[in-house]
Design a binder for this molecule. Structure first.
Ligand SMILES: NC(=O)c1ccc[n+]([C@@H]2O[C@H](COP(=O)([O-])OP(=O)(O)OC[C@H]3O[C@@H](n4cnc5c(N)ncnc54)[C@H](OP(=O)(O)O)[C@@H]3O)[C@@H](O)[C@H]2O)c1
Length: 332
């Protein structure tokens, strides 16, 4: 194990500003924990961008290394449940929030956060999925558990070209649903159809007149990754008994809506929180993603970068310009 290693470092500088660069960290800089993982691959998530730009709702203390996703090999462990040399995944909990995260060559975490890499996935594939894959999988399960069968009607996915969005499109299409992807990217309609979307629409067309309590009942279900007016529109344009899954906030964290979708159409609003899933829940979802739900679209979805490229991609993600999943290769 090297004495120092490379990590993305975000520092708070004068005037409440935040700067980021790739720098050297020592093993002593890592927090206490049972397991040290040599990170082979990480990924860039929207939450990492918030952490990297000083969003105190995500990260309170700086200097800090973001990265809510990591996959690699255990190089030291004081826990009998985690063997040295085993390949593992760590996502969510406090990783990358107030615990130094996966955009670094090493992490040190509690054993309870560590999940074995399931057979059927490489560390790179696990990070193409990452937190976005777990979130998409939970969202699809919420629709299925809500009794929405594949032949009931179309499922709307907002932010469809984003990390969570493109994996939701993939998983829903593979499960037999007719998926409509709503996107702001006019040049990505063909790409979304390649992932399995039956239809692709310009995102603002779902909004409809804001003063109408209900819009035409179109969607049997929805996975909303953007929030705000889009979540409101998904609720108002759901069919009777529809299930709308709320999992994101890139447009807004605020929700202004009315009760008519609930009291006249029995629409159900289901939240998804991936960060605090239990170890058993994570393992179950990872096995599913490595097996029956394994995406057939890894090559289409992934864009691989190195640690030195992360900073520029943070800017692109915050500007809503990213397509698919940004997987970050660390070390050799
Ligand atoms: N609940 C959970 O446990 C959980 C887990 C993971 C992520 N999340 C949340 O899910 C959201 C998506 O995360 P991600 O990692 O997939 O982000 P991402 O890759 O940046 O995708 C977000 C997508 O949303 C669309 N978008 C961006 N800005 C927009 C705006 N102002 N108005 C409308 N649409 C906009 C864009 O897609 P188009 O160009 O195709 O429209 C963009 O690619 C984030 O809010 C994240 O925090 C929640």
């Amino acid at each position: 194990m090297s004495a120092t290693f490379r990590a993305l470092l975000v520092e708070e500088v004068a005037g409440g500003k935040f700067e980021r660069h790739v720098g050297a960290r020592a093993m002593e800089d890592l927090p206490a924990g049972d397991v040290v993982v040599r990170v082979r691959f990480s990924a860039l998530n929207y939450k990492d961008c918030l952490s990297a730009t000083g969003h105190k709702g995500v990260t309170r203390r700086y200097p800090h290394t973001p990265g809510i996703d990591a996959a690699g090999e255990v190089v030291s462990s004081s826990a009998s449940s985690v063997a040295v040399g085993s390949e593992v995944i760590v996502t969510g909990h406090d990783l990358g929030m107030n615990t130094a995260g996966g955009l670094a060559e090493y992490i040190r975490v509690p054993a309870g956060w560590v999940v074995p890499l399931p057979s059927g996935l490489t560390p790179r594939e696990a990070m193409i999925l990452g937190t976005a894959g777990l979130t998409a999988a939970q969202s699809v399960e919420a629709i299925q558990e809500g009794g929405i069968k594949a032949d009931v009607g179309p499922i709307l996915v907002t932010g469809a070209t984003g990390g969570v969005g493109c994996l939701a499109v993939t998983l829903l299409a593979q499960a037999g649903y007719s998926v409509t992807g709503a996107t702001g990217k006019g040049d990505r309609h063909g790409w979304l159809r390649e992932l399995g979307a039956a239809d692709v629409i310009v995102r603002d067309t779902i909004l409809g007149p804001p003063d109408r309590p209900l819009l035409s009942g179109t969607w049997a279900g929805a996975v909303d990754t953007v929030g705000g007016a889009f979540l409101d529109a998904a609720l108002r344009s759901s069919r009777r008994g529809g299930v709308v899954v709320a999992c994101g906030l890139v447009a807004s964290a605020r929700l202004e809506t009315n009760v008519y979708p609930f009291i006249l159409r029995g629409v159900r609003l289901q939240g998804v929180d991936t960060a605090e899933l239990s170890r058993a829940q994570r393992q179950r979802l990872w096995r599913k993603l490595a097996g029956v739900w394994r995406p057939a679209t890894f090559d289409k979805i992934a864009h691989e970068i190195g640690l030195d490229d992360v900073s520029v991609w943070i800017g692109r993600m915050l500007a809503g310009q990213v397509v698919g999943r940004i997987v970050v290769k660390l070390g050799g």
